[in-house]
Design a binder for this molecule. Structure first.
Ligand code: PRP
Ligand code: URA
Length: 209
């Protein structure tokens, strides 16, 4: 069964409040999503492997630790996932970035894939799929399917706000994929929006609609 981690750090919760607020404009919304993505990246990389090397400090030789060069990839679900990429790359600049394009059919709420481009060495990489919203879970489940079909073996899913329905959908379809969220909200409304949520993440990030 997938584990669910809620990053309830005060800075994340504070910034998320302003992300949710409908009076927050596009520029500030984008900046806050970027900042929260950086803070979440700090938490999600806690288990990154280290190796010991020897260096010369100005005082003496010392054995000390560096990241062991694990290959990582970030995969935003288009469009809204794009808003989280730069914030993560600030901490993991060597990560490759793939893209999965999905939209929710407004009638059926089912995801439709329209684009996929991943790094060539898919099987060797640790993937973090990012999307601000996990609502019905349809998009996330489909994005994970898409990566697995192309050979991905190690996948985490990271989002800002999740509904219980979306968490359950990932857990049922992909019990090997752990879920990292900033807030677990109450439920979905009749239109498949997260309540209380933040509205349409893509529209708020890009100033559309
Ligand atoms: C939003 C959001 C997720 C999806 C979540 O994208 O960014 O990708 O909905 O909903 P689900 O869990 O029910 O699948 P949307 O389809 O609105 O596309 P956009 O990013 O282009 O705005
Ligand atoms: N997609 C969004 O952008 N917001 C929601 O609340 C649900 C899906």
């Amino acid at each position: 069964m997938s584990k669910v981690y809620v990053f309830d750090h005060p800075l994340i919760q504070h910034k998320l409040t302003y992300i949710r607020d409908k009076n927050t404009g596009t520029k500030e919304f984008r900046e806050l999503v970027d900042e929260v993505a950086t803070l979440m990246a700090f938490e999600i990389t806690r288990d990154m492997p280290l190796e010991e090397i020897e260096i010369d400090t100005p005082v003496m030789k010392a054995k000390t630790k560096v990241l062991s060069g694990k290959k990582m990839a970030i995969v935003p679900i288009l469009r809204a996932g794009i808003g989280m990429v730069d914030g993560i790359l600030k901490l993991i600049p060597a990560a490759k970035v793939g893209h999965i394009g999905l939209y929710r059919d407004p009638e059926t709420l089912k995801p439709v894939e329209y684009y996929a481009k991943l790094p060539a060495d898919v099987e060797e990489r640790d993937f973090i799929i990012v999307d601000p919203m996990l609502a019905t879970g349809g998009s996330a489940v489909e994005a994970i399917n898409s990566l697995k079909t192309r050979g991905a073996k190690s996948i985490k899913f990271m989002c800002l706000i999740a509904a219980p329905e979306g968490v359950q959908a990932i857990q049922e379809a992909h019990p090997d994929v752990d879920i990292y969220i900033a807030a677990l909200d109450e439920k979905l409304n009749d239109h498949g929006y997260i309540v209380p949520g933040l509205g349409d993440a893509g529209d708020r990030l890009f100033g559309t609609k």
